[in-house]
Write a protein that binds this ligand. Structure first.
Ligand code: TEU
Length: 536
């Protein structure tokens, strides 16, 4: 399967590079950086939505699935980007937001105008359920002045589509095929495990408004239909499903090759180990043992052809991992490279989120006015409504907002980090200290290049099985990769302390990789040190 030795780089187009001066990243900006990305060694670029959208949820509220929003550029420029990427061995993955559509989409507008055919595209009911939106408040809103309500699991302007309706499914399969015909070989499916909803939605008193719609069995059938009707016809297709609040068992089913659903899945449990009581909008240190357990469970259960995992620390919805999981103020470079080694040498397909390759960190915004994300603004108000002081509420937004990852890419030390000659749509972070111009020859970028090259050069890394190691260690996350009798031991010190370490006899003196230290001293690991030992 092509997916196993590929590296995927995520670009948040709005924040990558603006070539027109409107303060918004654009397609020509991406084209201008393809050589930079080819040098890094990546194979595919995942673009967050660039379709026409009111931008209420930064493009995840789509008003036209088969066009390019003029603020990002033109369809000709899109086709040029595909062609320029192909010259460099880089293909593209587009974001398919098929669970919901903007209320400004013509389908919803026709439904509002009384067109029964399009009303059947949505969940419109006289009796709403007690479900809550993932962005706060009720998941239902009045459907015009009909006295009925429509479902929106996210923002009120994002109406859920009813996949039970075969006309909806066909219309969405046509969307995927439109982009396939443009030469797109990768697709990321947004919250795709929410599409299996019941035809008539009811409250379940026992569930107190919790998700009754996640990972429903029909989801698998719909994915198999979409696979067969679209990307499944391409031998080089790479697909990934974003699975909201899912389980490892479902992720195995979604990504088992013989089920012909998806190539792999994103799940997020490892990015919730710093949630207090499972709640995102809290302040809590991360639970390292929980993190290790999740990685070991996924690694071992997804071995032996049992499904395939996307490996990632960062994306556009998450504060940057370097701020959450390492002492970045004192060990930024070593912490960044340790995080990189901990997934790039593991079993799955690694994703690099823009800026991660130079160790970009969250911005140090000082006012709630600096944040623009709808989820963060709703959360701030909800915290105030719960009685938090403005200061306490702001402190939580500062560490958990999705805007932390969405600040403009830091290209150099010039104004606006070289991102735009205009006023950036979102303020820039600390580009004077961290930027591509000074860091692309630096330790983090060069270590990423080394990891990528290693994965491509050795099937032990791209295909080897996974086995947990040093499970009882307080600070070390370690695993063994095994393939055809060869073994690789990877050890990562997840702490800012020197920790004891006794190397397994099998691996004595076969070190192949170490991050940022000239060597390692017997029986101990330096702060945030990662080492890989080969036994063949
Ligand atoms: O995110 C899915 C999702 O569940 C989000 O709530 C996300 O996990 C959360 O914000 C993390 O705190 C996808 C997209 O990635 C996100 O950008 C969209 O806002 C959302 O779906 C709706 O399309």
């Amino acid at each position: 399967m092509t997916v196993k030795n590929k590296i995927i780089y995520q670009i948040y187009p709005k924040s990558y590079l603006d070539t027109t001066g409107n303060g918004i990243g654009d397609i020509r900006g991406i084209i201008s950086k393809l050589d930079y990305l080819a040098d890094l060694g990546i194979d595919m670029i995942w673009l967050n939505p660039i379709y026409p959208s009111p931008q209420r949820d930064n493009g995840y509220d789509i008003s036209d699935y088969v066009a390019i929003d003029p603020m990002f550029g033109t369809m000709d420029e899109f086709e040029l980007m595909i062609a320029e990427g192909k010259k460099r061995g880089i293909s593209f993955m587009l974001d398919m937001v098929l669970n919901h559509v903007s209320t400004e989409h013509v389908w919803f507008q026709k439904a509002l105008a009384g067109d029964k055919y399009y009303q059947d595209f949505f969940f419109i009911q006289e009796t709403p359920t007690d479900w809550v939106s993932k962005f706060g408040g009720s998941a239902w809103a009045p459907f015009g002045d009909t006295g009925k309500y429509y479902l929106h699991l996210f923002d009120v302007t994002q109406a859920d589509l009813n996949w039970r309706n075969e006309n909806v499914r066909q219309a969405l399969f046509d969307v995927v095929n439109f982009w396939r015909e443009k030469g797109v070989h990768g697709f990321r499916f947004d919250v795709i495990n929410l599409i299996g909803k019941d035809a008539i939605l009811k409250s379940n008193p026992e569930n107190e408004g919790k998700a009754e719609y996640t990972d429903k069995p029909l989801t698998h059938e719909y994915l198999q239909m979409m696979n067969q009707a679209s990307f499944g016809q391409d031998t080089d297709a790479i697909t990934v499903g974003e699975m909201s609040s899912t389980t490892i068992d479902n992720c195995i089913l979604y990504s088992q090759p013989n089920r012909h659903e998806l190539s792999m899945t994103f799940n997020f449990h490892h990015l919730k180990v710093d949630y207090a009581n499972g709640q995102k909008w809290t302040k809590s240190p991360f639970d390292f043992q929980a993190l290790k357990t999740l990685f070991h469970t996924w690694g071992e259960q997804m071995s032996d052809g049992n499904g395939w995992n996307a490996l990632f620390w960062n994306n556009h919805d998450q504060p940057r991992a370097i701020n959450r999981f390492v002492d970045f103020k004192n060990f930024r470079i070593k912490g960044a490279t340790m995080l990189a080694a901990s997934i790039h040498l593991s079993r799955g397909t690694p994703y690099i989120y823009m800026g991660e390759e130079i160790g970009m960190v969250d911005p140090d915004f000082q006012s709630i006015a600096d944040y623009v994300d709808i989820e963060s603004k709703n959360a701030y108000q909800a915290l105030l409504d719960k009685g938090y002081t403005a200061e306490a509420a702001f402190e939580i937004i500062q560490i958990k907002s999705r805007d932390n990852a969405r600040t403009p890419m830091q290209w150099d030390t010039t104004e606006n980090a070289g991102f735009s000659k205009g006023t950036p749509w979102l303020s820039v972070g600390n580009h004077k200290e961290i930027n591509v111009e000074q860091d692309k020859d630096g330790e983090i970028f060069q270590f990423y290049k080394k990891l990528i090259a290693l994965r491509k050069s050795d099937t032990l890394i791209s295909q080897g099985n996974y086995k947990a190691a040093y499970q009882d260690s307080e600070h070390i996350y370690a695993f063994i990769r095994e393939d055809e009798g060869r073994k690789l031991l990877v050890v990562n010190n997840f702490s800012n302390q020197v920790v004891d370490f006794n190397l397994m006899a099998d691996f004595k003196h076969h070190q192949i990789l170490v991050n940022n230290y000239t060597d390692y001293t017997e029986n101990s690991l330096q702060p945030y040190q990662s080492i890989a030992f080969l036994c063949d």
